[in-house]
Write a protein that binds this ligand. Structure first.
Ligand code: ATP
Length: 342
């Protein structure tokens, strides 16, 4: 399996800057996810890795070898797109075999043997003779995955492969994809706009924004220690308070947010503008420190907990607690250790 690297990749379409200096290193065998809002450049990054989109500047390399000028079929990549793109006039087995049009099956297998093996891998054994329209959406997407994996590529690229499926099917399919990926150990780059999905499946995540990579890290790092205001706002439903540092010392920073004072663990300089970032579960009803009073706006019952959207001086505050019956004015607080200073 290959490691892959992008070095300072730029891509413009006319006046549109799609990629504005993207550099990434993906380790061999890693499940690496690009996540970000619509238009941030995820698909363009993936297409650049695949060789479907020549970069305006910068390089793509596999195992230290510059592949920037190579055609897709010479790159040893398998790609699965959002829409299944199966051939309707071909059987399931023929669709999978189509993945072998440029390459012989690995390990001296025959095409039939390889197709049988792959259909087993994606839990579709015995379905080779069916037409694609006799399969569910999730099954069709597994055929597309089998087709991409047929030549045993070193790198697997997945562009929102679940987005057309309903929520339950997405969860099942992403567990299957994850299992197959780790069974094969294939280096995988996965694109999604869904931050929860990104955190759930990945070894590491790159959060993209406006053609740039804002932060790369393990899911827990991204969730617990967002490096920028954008990452904090995109991942994990954080509430962000913009304010000014009034006092700092001994690892504690005092921040004024429009007349309310919060104390947060961290380092900063008095006068510095900062953002205090608090996760929904760090906001505690009747908490001891950093208290402020909000008005509950809407509640979403999630089962174990209820998520509340509340108003504090025209700011939206999001908190989650097991109590499903809160309404009206509520005093919240948060521990100085549980907030993050950005
Ligand atoms: P989405 O989640 O909506 O698919 P994305 O993060 O994958 O978004 P890209 O598809 O990479 O974003 O697009 C990045 C930017 O480049 C967008 O502003 C998009 O409009 C523009 N863009 C992408 N492809 C083209 C193209 N072929 N011609 C012109 N502009 C393009």
């Amino acid at each position: 399996m290959a490691d892959l690297a992008l070095a300072d990749v730029h891509k413009t379409f006319g006046d549109t800057v799609a990629l504005d200096g993207v550099s990434l290193d993906v380790a061999s065998g890693e499940f690496f996810t690009l996540v970000g809002p619509s238009g941030c450049g995820k698909t363009t990054t993936l297409r650049t890795i695949a060789g479907l989109e020549p970069p305006t500047a910068g390089t793509v390399s596999f195992d230290g070898r510059d592949v920037t000028g190579l055609a897709p079929e010479d790159r040893d990549v398998g790609v699965v797109f959002q829409n299944y793109a199966l051939f309707p006039h071909m059987s399931v087995a023929e669709n999978v075999a189509y993945g072998l049009r440029f390459t012989d099956p690995p390990d001296g297998q025959t095409v039939d043997e390889r197709v049988t093996e792959l259909l087993e891998l994606v839990d579709l054994a015995g379905m080779g003779e069916r037409d694609p329209d006799q399969l569910s959406g999730g099954q069709q997407q597994r055929v597309a995955l089998a087709r991409a994996l047929a030549p045993a590529p070193s790198v697997l690229l997945l562009d929102e492969p679940m987005s057309a499926l309903d929520a339950r099917l997405r969860e099942t399919l992403r567990r299957q994809v994850k299992r197959i990926q780790s069974e094969l150990g294939v280096t995988t780059v996965y694109v999604t706009h869904d931050q929860a999905e990104a955190l759930a499946v990945s070894d590491r995540v790159a959060v993209m924004h406006e053609g740039r990579v804002e932060q790369v890290g393990r899911p827990r790092e991204i969730y617990e220690r967002p490096a920028t205001r954008f990452v904090a706002s995109f991942v994990g439903e954080n509430t962000l308070f913009d304010g000014t540092v009034t006092d700092a010392g001994d690892g504690t920073v005092t921040v004024d947010v429009d007349g309310t004072t919060f104390r947060v663990t961290g380092d900063a300089t008095p006068g510095e503008p900062v953002t205090v970032c608090v996760r929904p579960t760090a906001l505690v009803v009747e908490g001891d420190a950093n208290r402020f009073t909000v008005t509950v706006d809407t509640a979403e019952f999630l089962g174990e907990t209820t998520r509340y959207y509340a108003d504090w001086d025209d700011r939206t505050v999001v908190f989650r607690t097991p109590d499903p019956d809160l309404s009206g004015e509520i005093t919240l607080g948060f521990d100085p250790d549980e907030a993050r200073l950005i």
